[in-house]
Design a protein around this ligand. Structure first.
Ligand SMILES: Cc1cc2nc3c(=O)[nH]c(=O)nc-3n(C[C@H](O)[C@H](O)[C@H](O)COP(=O)(O)OP(=O)(O)OC[C@H]3O[C@@H](n4cnc5c(N)ncnc54)[C@H](O)[C@@H]3O)c2cc1C
Length: 187
């Protein structure tokens, strides 16, 4: 049983996985390798002078794996409630997770399939998004959404930030107190 299963390993999903894995939560990233970020050339991501989209996505996934997140290249086809968790189904396998984060970018296909509340998008060229509350919770308890699919501005620094924000909300819920992840410069 994973503590957190994250669907989508673009900036949103990998950033969320970095935080949940680094917090010691058993984390699974499932991704179908259709990230729009892989088409980008990025010069407006704070702290990074310039970077290709493919490199940003690759580094983000490696950061999450460095802290123990598992990354599996599979498409999630369905999610079903099972006891106090969820069965997350892919084309070939099934995984169990306590919490699920949808970080599926432009795609609301899975969200619609599992019956989440959908609403019109507000960002340019974004038709529909998953309805979430201020914490990132969707209309199904235990399923969260972040980044582009949750209606944020479609920029890597913001989607990555939103993934981290929602991850911290889940970690805090699992720990029963607000979570902070600060490392200190040595020497
Ligand atoms: C041409 C172009 C140029 C851009 N330039 C910039 C720029 O200069 N600066 C900037 O800040 N932003 C730029 N962006 C926007 C940037 O890509 C987005 O802001 C953002 O980072 C999207 O991140 P995301 O994680 O929400 O979505 P994505 O990066 O699209 O990741 C979503 C992931 O979810 C996966 N997924 C979806 N459904 C499933 C499923 N059912 N099962 C498993 N996996 C699934 C997909 O395969 C994908 O890997 C650009 C975008 C484009 C297209």
């Amino acid at each position: 049983m994973y503590d957190v299963i994250i669907v989508g390993a673009g900036p949103t999903g990998a950033s969320a996985a970095l935080f949940t894995a680094k917090a010691g939560k058993k984390t699974l990233l499932l991704d179908s390798d259709q990230s729009i970020t892989k088409k980008a050339w990025i010069e407006n991501h704070y702290g990074v002078m310039e970077i290709t989209g493919p490199d940003l996505v690759d580094i983000g996934q490696k950061q999450a794996q460095k802290f123990g997140a598992e990354l599996v290249q599979e498409k999630v086809t369905d999610i079903e409630k099972n006891g106090d968790g969820f069965d997350v189904k892919t084309e070939s396998k099934q995984y169990q997770g306590k919490h699920v984060i949808l970080a599926t970018g432009l795609s609301i296909e899975l969200a619609e399939k599992i019956g989440l509340e959908i609403k019109p998008g507000t960002e340019p060229r974004i038709k529909q998004i998953v309805a979430v509350d201020q914490n990132g919770k969707t209309s199904v308890d235990g399923i969260w959404a972040a980044g582009t699919v949750a209606g944020t501005s479609v920029h890597t620094i913001i989607t990555a930030g939103d993934g981290a924000r929602v991850a911290i909300n889940i970690i805090s819920e699992l720990n029963g107190e607000r979570y902070v992840d600060h490392d200190v410069l040595k020497g």
